[in-house]
Design a protein around this ligand. Sequence first.
Ligand SMILES: [Zn+2]
Length: 301
Amino acid sequence: MRLNYRIILLVLAMGLTKSSLAALNVFACEPEWASLAETLGGDRVKVVSATTAYQDPHRIEARPSLIAKVRRADLLVCSGAELEIGWLPMLQRQAGNPKVLRGQPGYFEAADQIERLGIPDSLDRSMGDIHASGNPHVHLDPRRLSTIATALSDRLANLDPTNADYYRKRHDEFSQSWEEALQRWKTRALPLVGARLVVHHQDWEYFFDWLGIIRAGSLEPKPGLPVSSGHIVKLKKRLQQEPPLAIIYTAYQSPRAAKRLSQITGIPAVELPYTVGGAEGVVDLFTLFDETLKRLLEVIP
Ligand SMILES: [Zn+2]
């Protein structure tokens, strides 16, 4: 009995040490940024993610539990480029935490750190285009992700100077492993260069830009607009002339439209993880790219 009691005390003490080490509360809008913040921040950060891989990051309900998390946060890490425009400003307003407002050091947008794709020349919002500030799905290009990681590491050091050396060391380790993985992925992905893929939503533009993959069509008539059967029929006609390798969709999208198009064309439909947690074994950013490439390479005849 006495021994058990001691073990309990020890476990409690360890728990206290761990939480007292954590210097920064990080609120990540999406799982990819939660994962990156954990990798770079180690035990000096306490990270929560507002969404999971099974939730559409464009459309999240601003729940009271999320407001409370933003209130406690020292740093918000989000995709930006208006991906979270439907819910994040509301959370920030309700939370009343001036540290994490736009323009403050406690507010970090990944899309701000890199060159964005798909910035429209002119915009007609009545057409339902939800990528008004360019494409916000920036994490799917590992080269851009590397740039974002450097900026995020600097931000952690800036917000928590006592632990700056610790963050720098972790970033160096990440950077080295990431560069090695990049070389490995690039070689593995060679058979995909020039491949044509149909997407559900335009959330793969950065991945395609990295590997030289061509978007052969989208199930959504415009980013954010619902899939219609009329559009599927038009798409089918267009694809007959030059059939693509596959139709891809993600864990947060309904597979119905992709499977319907697959049925009527014979083109395989493939579910991809999209972010950390989006498939079994996808536990970090490394396994995200490993699994994505594996699933795409499997459909090459
Ligand atoms: Zn989008």
